[in-house]
Design a binder for this molecule. Structure first.
Ligand SMILES: [Zn+2]
Length: 346
């Protein structure tokens, strides 16, 4: 028969092992791989310390044309969750990574494959058949949707809901973090006094219904519109040109008008004939700004600016980590919106 102190020691050791394994399970963070830096930043805001989040794009490259590296496949092999923009943005590079990583868990259609485009309000959804001579048109609509802060909001809600289903034990934390992120976004969008007085959800409802200005008129005088919306409000209707058709969500949300793109068709570089036509139409419309990403050549924009008076070229990162002032998703929008307002000043 076993001596009593041996039994006690055996039990104590068993208990220690149980506690230790629970501790290890609890401490093990979720490995999340996103396709872009904006998705990574939004996801980090939701998971906090509970996940190790990394992005395949670093924010400085053209997200349509990422070159697949072996290290991406290694990362994808151990990822527990995959989050993508969707709408064919990653069409050129996601399929080989998913195929070669042989990670069944993150394949398209699996619960751990999160396509954020399922939750957003799309623009440019083509009517009828898409053909090659239309250029690099995306069959499901324009994939640059993260530049509308409302889509950033919808993306965050969707990511939190999907992660909550995958990890119900952390759902409460995801929800709390989501609330803080949405509040931070709403405050940047409309200004703190207005969000404190009315609430972010209501303000978005008014904005979507087109009744925001009218409703604001009914509020006490000291509660003024601020934030990004307040910053760009004086420029509603002002025409802005862009290099690629990647800023339409931002322009539409802030009611700026799109004067045209330097690319004659998406993905096709500017031709002399197209630039000539643009310089004529920009003159008529009084276009003051060409907005473009740092990874496109600025030559065509600079050529137009040299031909037309008062036309500025504004090079701005439109992804987190894509350049100065774009350290996070909200900072990136801050930077773009304040730079745009500055450039549009007479
Ligand atoms: Zn594009």
């Amino acid at each position: 028969m076993e001596k009593p102190y041996v039994t006690t020691l055996r039990r104590a050791f068993g208990l220690f092992c149980l506690i230790f394994s629970c501790f290890l399970q609890g401490a093990e963070s979720i490995t999340i791989l996103t396709t872009t830096t904006d998705l990574a930043d939004i996801t980090r805001q939701i998971t906090g310390e509970l996940a190790e989040v990394s992005s395949l794009c670093d924010g400085r490259e053209d997200p349509h044309a990422l070159t697949v590296r072996p290290s991406y496949i290694v990362k994808a092999r151990t990822a527990q969750v995959w989050i993508r923009i969707g709408m064919e943005l990653e069409l050129g590079w996601e399929p080989p990574i998913l195929r070669d990583c042989r990670n069944r868990r993150i394949q398209v259609g699996m619960p751990a494959h999160i396509d954020v485009s399922e939750a957003i309000l799309p623009l440019d959804v083509p009517q009828g058949k898409v053909t090659r001579d239309q250029g690099d048109i995306h069959a499901f609509g324009n994939p640059h949707y993260w530049l509308d802060p409302l889509n950033g909001r919808l993306a965050a809600r969707y990511i939190a809901a999907r992660l909550g289903k995958l990890y119900p034990e952390h759902d409460a934390v995801f929800k709390t973090n989501l609330t803080s992120f949405l509040n931070a976004l709403d405050v940047r969008m409309f200004g703190e006094p207005l969000v404190n007085c009315v609430g972010g959800a209501k303000l978005w409802q008014w904005q979507l219904a087109g009744t925001l200005d009218n409703e604001l008129g009914k509020l006490p005088g000291e509660v003024k519109l601020g934030g990004w919306y307040g910053t760009l409000r004086p420029y509603a209707g002002v025409p802005v040109a862009t290099y690629h058709r990647s800023w339409i969500y931002l322009l539409q949300r802030f009611q700026l008008s799109l004067a045209g793109e330097l690319e004659p068709k998406p993905g096709i570089p500017p031709s002399p004939k197209h630039l000539h036509q643009l310089s004529e139409s920009f003159k008529v419309k009084g276009v003051r700004v060409i907005l473009q990403e740092p990874f496109y050549s600025p030559k065509a924009a600079e050529l137009l600016a040299s031909r037309l008076d008062n036309l500025k070229v504004l090079v701005c990162a439109n992804s987190t980590g894509g350049g100065a002032g774009a350290g996070s998703y909200l900072e990136m929008l801050d930077h773009v919106i304040s730079a745009l307002a500055e450039a549009l000043k007479e």
